[in-house]
Design a protein around this ligand. Sequence first.
Ligand code: WT7
Length: 638
Amino acid sequence: MSFPYQIKTKEQYIAAWEKSVADPEGFWADVASSFLWRKRWDNVLQWNFTEPNVKWFSGGKLNITENCLDRHLGSLGSKPALIWEPNDPEEHHRLITYSDLHHKVVQFANVLKNNGVKKGDRVCIYMGMVPELAIAVLATARIGAIHSVIFGGFSAQSIADRLQDAQANFVITCDGAYRGNKEIPLKSVIDDALVQCRFVTKVIVLTRTHTPVSMIKGRDVWWEDEIKKVETMGNPDCPAEEMDAEDPLFILYTSGSTGKPKGVVHTCGGYMVYTTYSFVNVFQYNPGDIHFCTADIGWITGHSYILYGPLSAGATSLIFEGVPTWPDAGRFWDIVDKYKVNILYTAPTAIRSLMGYGLGPVKDHDLSSLKVLGSVGEPINEEAWHWYDENIGKGRCPIVDTWWQTENGGILISNLAGVTPAKPSYATLPLPGVQPVLVDEQGNEITGKDVSGNLCIKFPWPSILRTTYGDHERCRTNYFATYPGLYFTGDGCYRDADGNYRITGRVDDVLNVSGHRIGTAEVENAINMHTGVVESAVVGYPHDIKGQGIYAYIVYDSTHQEEQNLTRQDIAQTVTRIIGAIARPDKIQFVNSLPKTRSGKIMRRILRKIAEGETDSIGDTSTLLDPSVVEEIKNGKI
Ligand code: WT7
């Protein structure tokens, strides 16, 4: 593979960015020409941000899996597409070449068809990080069905909510998953979810952990049995379904400041073009490079930079089943050494957690294969940046700090490794095609340098979300109504004297815990389900490893002092059950009442200050119904 659109110098970056603004259609038509289309598009771009309605390459026909698999078979057939490193380093790893992967995807696509899955159907995938997860995703896309991957840490209730919202009739899961020293009974969680989801007609279960499971007659089938059936059919081919560029490819649920998580919808053509383009340019991928993205495929980072981007570029992508600290904190460095990884893409929270173990686990590993380091998920603090640079990159690997969101599909603001300069704690410059603007509260654009504001994007890029599943109005109000004519990110941002962007964090009621987005309202709703909870308010506070921790203030109906710890555990357990362990509060403070305005609105600003330990700068409390509440809460701080 060669990439005619690969940017190699800073001058080329500037020229590409300028062309992408002056002539976006010409720019993206050129990039898109390097892909495999069954039929070329009629229009490069049609758009308005009012409805919103965005269409890229409409009329173009393609299948993304032909771009990720079939087109590589000639030149890269015997090259590993996936390297799989199991949770337990003693277990054998797997190398899956492009032709193997093609074969397995075709096989499983036939399994899906045999089980009644059709184009446009929603297929929910709830699996651990095994190669079959990649196979399930690609097979779904191959037959034109819509995948909705749910991270293996989510609870039965979260799964049920997502299945209902997506009206998914099909589920693919595993008996269980390994994560560090834990075994997660995925199928049993699915069973609990399906009690509420009678519309699910088929569950395909892969054997991974041999955890005992119960299978429901007519509904549940084993992955392995279904593969055997396809083999007895003589392994027929499964030509890829022809998709319109604007047909949905997948739904991925993400939290917002209100209500339940929303199903972000990405479509086939623009998503393919942008993930590949950004993969090649940000990481400066060169043919032969081994790419290791440590995210889970259950998040957008895994979709775009473990699967679609790298595979469409013909790269070798590493899938790691385990966690960074088990059996010890040298796990990542083991893997880098073992497979001679060239590109490592991870999250600040992982770096900070590994920093805590000192340099012992790093030394004795040869990290000289590394060429590029990446960071994603939250602002990377300078300390972590320098540790990563000095101890992992040994001062010779550019670090790309990549800012983007589930809704964006791919990286929007980042330096390009070794091509444009890095600046610690800055995502730096927009990729070609991306036009960031800063606005004030009224939506007026803040121009110039050395300024801060709310980050918006004023022009569509090919992998912008198209809608939120089943509720387009929610998409409009969430992203396009705050500042008419602009896509609003929800992030605050600073632009320095050189035009570099530094993301300062969310400006809405959304937390970023270990690089994962969690809505405070969602956590509050879960807490409020606990009997005895009268009301609650959740805010974030700085956490050494997670970036943000979850601090819950709870008004509880008669807790006796001696029972408080038990009650806390009980409430935390409720949140784990309703959402998942990632949303479990780190701190719970019982209060007699919450600080409210006379109109009954909770003053979160005050609660945030207290949780952050900044009690001196609480500011004006005179608008509160009862200002004495603040003193009481301050005194009871955990
Ligand atoms: C939010 C998006 C898509 C990446 C994984 C998270 C924060 C993400 C950075 C970065 C500063 C970042 C933002 C954004 N964020 N990357 N490099 N620097 N902040 O995806 O769950 O959709 O969350 O993560 O606040 O809005 P997500």
